[in-house]
Design a protein around this ligand. Sequence first.
Ligand SMILES: Cc1ncc(COP(=O)(O)O)c(C=O)c1O
Length: 352
Amino acid sequence: MLATIPITKISVSRMTPELRDSAPFGAVFSDHMLVADYANGKWGDPKIIPYGVQLLAAAPAVAHYGQGIFEGFKAFPRPNGGAVVFRPQANHARMARTCQRMAMPEVPASIFIDGTLALVALDRNWIPEKDGSALYIRPVLFATGETLGVRPSESFRFIIETCPSGPYFSGAVDLLAEETYVRAFPGGTGAAKCGGNYAGSMLASIEAQKKGFHNVLWLDGIERKYVEEAGLMNVAFVIGGTVVTPPLGGTILPGITRDSVLTLLRDMKIPVEERRISIDEVFDAHARGTLQGAAGIGTAAVIAPLGRLRHRDREITVPALSPDSPFAKVGAELEAIRSGKIADRHNWLMAL
Ligand SMILES: Cc1ncc(COP(=O)(O)O)c(C=O)c1O
């Protein structure tokens, strides 16, 4: 049974179809948010209130030592005012692992999952109706303790906010294989969804953009040789009919979309290999004509085809995805599951 969460409704909704349907990703927040505080070793009761300004101490520990983490997933519209949330339990579990890594208290399911469902139900009218649109759900947990002592904070705030998110139309993603900066290294926080990973990667993205690429193709932090992630997405290649993707080993964010894609590929009996893949292997496969496609994989774009890849003074253009490519097939299957056209055989959807 879902926990009952007290709701204070906004007096007049800010929602207009124009605002909802044309807002750039992450720029407009829907009417309400969930807030819960952790103090004295326990979670307080969550509440849903109008989205708005929050009071914070001038020295919240998150601003100094970076105990700030987040999640991201989506709710999709269903007819007659319904909606489904895609794999919220997987995001809850990932946030628990991030909490552990960052010495932060885990958020109970009665707040994370029940709060998500209550919030989506309340702001259901913010889900754009166009095909491929969704309500993006962003849980965030940060340290609010007022101390300059370098130790885990004793108080935290958890917020869930949501944003209307339109269909992701974009061409191929061009990536520059990065050798100066690294995103992660063994023993670090690469597998955690903590803000610091993103802060540390922005300069590399800006520099890649100045050189005419959309983002960075991250290489491993030791040898700068093995492919790890595609900007803010996981990455996979089709080589000779097999889908090859870097293994989860602590330096890569364990994407929920990556897991869903691999599960569906295996269902379809398409060969999948989770193994290290060097940037040289990708370029060699292209030279031999066996590189049949490459994609970034994540919540925002789901499966985004890669275009130009550059490494030092070499550059290739990845072949476009044909309709019978494993990525196209799995993308269509995922979409059919999310929209209810085929059975949700893995129990990924949670209805309101
Ligand atoms: C660094 C990074 N890798 C991978 C992903 C893909 O993860 P998911 O499929 O859970 O969105 C994301 C996006 O959340 C990300 O920020």
